[in-house]
Design a protein around this ligand. Structure first.
Ligand code: SF4
Length: 132
């Protein structure tokens, strides 16, 4: 799950985790996401990555340790790259969680751009971050 004890998540999962309120693709996925959600806000730093992460590992659109998302019509990597660009961050760099939470919630210019990217997400009616 971690490299150098720093939690690594796909860049767009920074938003999904903040919006999570118990919904998911299936039971194993949701159970796993719940576990990650429960430790996420205790992290000092997070590494945003552009390949499959600990959340993807239990996703029906991934196969175990597959590096790629197999969901049709959804390019997770491109979405991750767009999010990193808005945040002004490079992939794989350790960033303070507080900074990520600030960028994705209080930095108005950034949050407006991020929400535009999520406007077609199938989960946005259940995403607390998107609805906030
Ligand atoms: S495999 Fe794709 S759909 Fe599943 S959690 Fe990862 S990015 Fe999302």
């Amino acid at each position: 799950m971690r490299r150098n004890k720093i939690l690594q998540i796909r860049a767009h999962h920074l938003l999904c985790i903040q919006g999570f309120q118990g919904y998911g693709y299936d039971e194993p996925f949701t159970y796993n996401l719940k576990k990650i959600h429960s430790i996420f806000f205790n992290q000092k730093q997070i590494r945003l990555i552009i390949s499959n992460d600990v959340i993807c590992q239990k996703c029906p659109f991934s196969c175990g340790n597959n590096k790629y998302c197999l969901k049709k019509g959804f390019d997770a990597r491109i979405l991750d790259l767009k999010i990193l660009k808005i945040l002004g961050l490079k992939p794989e760099r350790a960033v303070k969680l507080n900074q990520l939470l600030f960028y994705s919630n209080q930095d108005k210019k950034k949050t407006i751009k991020l929400k535009k990217l999520c406007k077609d997400c199938e989960w946005n009616s259940k995403c607390l971050w998107f609805l906030s």
